[in-house]
Design a protein around this ligand. Structure first.
Ligand code: 13P
Length: 308
């Protein structure tokens, strides 16, 4: 009787330890391993921005179906919209449990504007942050990024940062392009200890007006001197051959928001036009699912992301 009780107890203990292990190993992770593997394998990982619960679900489901790691980008504005970092983190984690997600997923603060914003996201459970101090002079960008790195590293959280300035509109703020200098990137990486660098090289957030012009030669130089995974922001609207070229020049993470917004809106617009009687928000929001998943699938195939 007591032997049987002990056996059951140890079985339960083993099962719960196994589950915790599995949880840690396969699910919520920082970006370091996935980006370094991408760098070695010469492919890229998709960063898709999330805007609500349904988007998170569609992205997780599609990437699970494709068996590829994914980075869920959360801007400060999107976080506020969804109810704050803790709400976002708990939503992602609970959805992953509910959907039995087994692929590596990083929950990443996109364009954190201050140490406090990064700290708040990390304290809420985010596994990765971007500190974007690119609006400051290089010395201040380095100081602030280092401060975030010190806090993040102790908590096993990865850090991305930007040198130069990506143009376009992000969370309603419109800025111009400032190309990153190779020497600045080298110094930045050496002095901060970041895990991934986003050098601004001509891409913009939001739709392009005219053809994207990316400084590939400089991208390649930055790859050589910095030797860490590079990130390309403003991934929507860049031609497929340019994305392939960017990957060959060191890009390991491609950020996409606008293209998914356009895909989702297309489906919703079609639904509203074809079914004027519809009023159930679940049916309206779901109408964007197929186009969004199609766009995710095409982008992942283009990036050549290795299956897990
Ligand atoms: P797009 O909206 O242009 O795809 O850019 C997304 C992005 O870079 C998020 O950081």
């Amino acid at each position: 009787m007591s032997n049987c009780f002990l056996f059951c107890l140890s079985l339960l203990t083993f099962m719960s330890i196994h589950n915790i292990f599995k949880l840690g190993e396969n699910m919520l992770v920082n970006m370091i391993k996935m980006l370094n593997e991408a760098k070695e394998g010469k492919y890229a990982i998709a960063h898709f921005n999330i805007n609500n619960l349904e988007w998170t679900r569609f992205i997780l489901e599609e990437c699970e179906e494709l068996k590829v790691p994914v980075i869920l980008g959360v801007s400060e504005g999107a976080s506020k919209y969804m109810g704050g970092y803790k709400t976002v983190f708990d939503m992602v984690k609970n959805l992953m449990d509910y959907l039995h997600i087994t692929i590596p997923v990083a929950v990443h603060l996109d364009h954190g504007s201050s140490f406090e914003a990064c700290k708040e996201a990390i304290d809420a459970g985010f596994t990765s942050v971007m500190i974007d101090a690119s609006k400051y002079e290089l010395d201040e960008n380095i100081r602030l990024t280092k401060e975030v790195c010190d806090y993040a590293k102790e908590r096993n959280v990865s850090v991305e940062a930007e040198v130069g300035h990506v143009g376009g509109s992000e969370d309603g703020v419109v800025t111009g392009i400032l190309y990153a200098e190779v020497a600045d990137c080298k110094r930045f990486v050496e002095e901060t200890g970041i895990d991934a660098l986003a050098p601004a090289l001509g891409s913009v957030h939001g739709p392009y007006h005219g053809d994207p012009v990316l400084a590939f030669d400089r991208m390649e130089e930055i790859k050589e001197v910095c030797n860490i995974p590079l990130v390309l922001h403003g991934g929507s609207g860049i031609y497929d051959e340019q994305i392939r070229k960017a990957i060959s020049c060191g890009i390991c993470k491609l950020n996409i928001n606008t293209e998914l917004q356009q895909a989702w809106t297309k489906g919703v617009r079609e639904k509203l036009e074809s079914d004027p009687e519809v009023y159930d928000p679940r049916k309206v929001i779901k109408a964007g699912e197929a186009y969004m998943k199609e766009a995710i699938k095409a982008k992942v195939a283009l990036l050549g992301t290795r299956h897990v």
